[in-house]
Design a protein around this ligand. Structure first.
Ligand SMILES: Cc1cc2nc3c(=O)[nH]c(=O)nc-3n(C[C@H](O)[C@H](O)[C@H](O)COP(=O)(O)O)c2cc1C
Length: 221
């Protein structure tokens, strides 16, 4: 079925996107307002976009357009934020921090979470999160009155000790992190425990296999 985005309202375009672009990782963003008060909220319009430089992006909306959500306003004003990742263990706490509290309310306290200091940026990280990325704002791409894409350069990453296989080689035990992703609707999530392996195919191997099967075909004739 064709859905022509020129003919359907923005809210319906949103529904089609979030029901199909799944699962989406969740950036649990901690920022500070201009007077240093801590703010936290989850955002699933999120991904990593580059390894060199290490860049993550978060799509953050508005409460009442054109009034940006507190996280986007804070990042714009202070230039710093921390992206924490969400594991199964902290899923419920993450959901509490998504409540649309008034500005200045500490969502982490409401959810019974604690923080640890960051090394390079002023916003703290969430102690209960298995991964935290300290980020410096690179750019906010204006997506119109409702949304902005926040691009952050990752300057440091914290990974829970038991999920580090080899610190010197930077090998991480990803399944052990038990990260969750956001699915369709407003309340569906996915675990990341149903995995399968499919190694990349080197060009030489592919060419070799193609040559062999062409040989078989010739012999068949
Ligand atoms: C799992 C999850 C993912 C979310 N993803 C987004 C998102 O990508 N963009 C967005 O604007 N809001 C998203 N929200 C809603 C915000 O978390 C919510 O509006 C929050 O109150 C914003 O907080 P702030 O004003 O402190 O920044 C999401 C909520 C949940 C529960």
């Amino acid at each position: 079925m064709l859905f022509d985005f020129a003919e359907i309202p923005a809210r319906e375009c949103y529904k089609l996107l979030v029901s199909t672009v799944t699962p989406r990782p969740i950036a649990w963003v901690v920022s500070l307002d201009a007077s240093g008060r801590v703010n936290a909220a989850p955002f699933s319009f999120f991904n990593a976009f580059s390894g060199d430089p290490p860049v993550v992006g978060v799509g953050i909306g508005s409460h009442k357009p054109p009034l940006p959500k507190d996280s986007r306003a804070n990042i714009r004003d202070t230039g710093e934020f921390v992206v924490n990742l969400v594991s199964e263990d902290v899923a419920k706490a993450m959901n509490i921090t998504a409540i649309e509290f008034e500005p200045g309310m500490n969502e982490l306290e409401q959810a019974g979470l604690t923080t640890l200091p960051s090394v390079h940026v002023r916003p703290p990280r969430i102690a209960e999160s298995p991964v935290a990325m300290e980020c410096e704002l690179m750019q906010i791409v204006d997506l119109g009155p409702n949304n902005g894409l926040v691009l952050g350069r990752v300057v440091a990453m914290h990974v829970r000790d038991d999920a580090v296989i080899d610190a010197a080689k930077h090998y991480i035990d990803t399944p052990k992190l038990k990260l969750i992703g956001r699915m369709h609707g407003s309340g569906w999530y996915a675990r990341t425990s149903d995995l399968f392996e499919m190694p990349r195919i080197p060009l030489e191997k592919w060419q070799d296999k193609s040559a062999k099967s062409a040989g078989v075909l010739r012999k068949d004739r």
